[in-house]
Design a protein around this ligand. Sequence first.
Ligand code: PLP
Length: 352
Amino acid sequence: MYPRLLINTEKFRSNVLWLKDLCESRGIKIAAVTKVFCADEVLVKILVDSGVSYLADSRIGNLKKLADLDIEKILLRLPSISQARDVVKYSDISLNSELATMRALSLAAKEEGRVHKVVLMLELGDLREGILLENFDYTVSEILKLDGIALVGVGVNLTCYGTIIPSEEKMELLSSFASRLEEEYALDLEIISGGNSSSLNLLLDDKMPEKINNLRFGESIALGKETATCKLVDGLFPDVFTLEAEIIEKKVKPSVPDGERGRDAFGNEQDFEDRGDILRVILSVGRQDVNIDSLVPSDKNAKILGASSDHLIVDISDCEAGYEIGDIMSFDLNYETLLGLATSPYVEKYYI
Ligand SMILES: *Cc1c(COP(=O)(O)O)cnc(C)c1O
C-alpha cells in the first residue's frame, strides 16, 4: 500500500551502534529519542537490543507504548501538572524546570508508591526550557524537600529554539553546576546531560568535557545528521527512511492555470511561471501526510510543483527515468517530513 514509509532497519541499527561506540569511548550514555518516529515498535526493539541506556520521548502517549520494556524511560518535554500521575507511571525520569510541577510529581509519586527521578534543566542561552542560573540554589533546596522525588542530574537543551550551538564553554558551565550539586549538596549524579544531536560535533571534535555523561540523540540516529549545522555525519546513514508514493496521473499540461485566479485550498495566492507545456505526474500523497515544502525527490531531475491535501504534483520533464501510471517515486526526508509521515495514520510503515 502507498504512500509508505520505507524503513531500512539495518541502516538504523548501524547508526545506533556507531553512535553507541563513539559515546562509550567517552564515557557517555545514550538516551535514544524515539519521538521523530513515534516510538515505532520495530525500531524501539533495535534500540533496546543495541544496548542504549535509556529510551526518551516527549509524549506520554509514546512512552505508554514502551511500558513493557525493561529499560529506563525519560520524558523529554516538561511534564504537565494535569498529567502528573501518568508521568510518574510511564516514565522513570523527567526533565524539569518548574517547582510547581515537581511538587505535583512528588504527590503523584507518593500516590503511586514510587520514587520519580528528575533532571533539572538549566537555561544556558537557547531560551527554551530551563531555570535561570541565579535561581539554582533556591530551586535545588526546594526540590530536596520533596518526598517521592530524587534529583538525579542536570541537563541542557540547545539549538531547538534559539539555534544556539553547543560550545565547550556551555558544557563547562553545565559541568560546573553538576559539580556544585555533588560537592555542596552531596548528591550522586546519574545524569549530566549535554543536549541533543546538536552536541555531536563537540564529541566528534573531542571537545566534550569529561563530566558530561549523557546525550539525548534523535535526529542523529534517525537521519545521520548533527542538528546545529545540519551536516551529515561520516559513518552515519542519512537514508534510513524514504517516502514512496504512487503515480495516479501522468499528462502533459500547461504550466499556467487557465481562468480567473482566487486562492488555493490552503488560502494562499499562487504565482505560476510560464514555461510552456510540461510533463507532470500526480502522486497519491499530500499535505495531510507530510509538509511538502521540505520534501526532496530522490530523482534529482524531478521537481515538486505543488500539493493539496491528498495530491502531490511533480514535474518530470527533465527526468531520465520513464515514469508510468502505477510506478513509484521516492523522496528523501528530513526531520520535519519524517515526523509528519511517522505520525500519519494513512502512511504504511514498511521495513526492509
Ligand atoms: C527532541 C529532543 C531531543 C532530541 O533532539 P534531536 O535533535 O532529535 O537529537 C533531546 N532533548 C529534548 C529535550 C528534546 O525535546
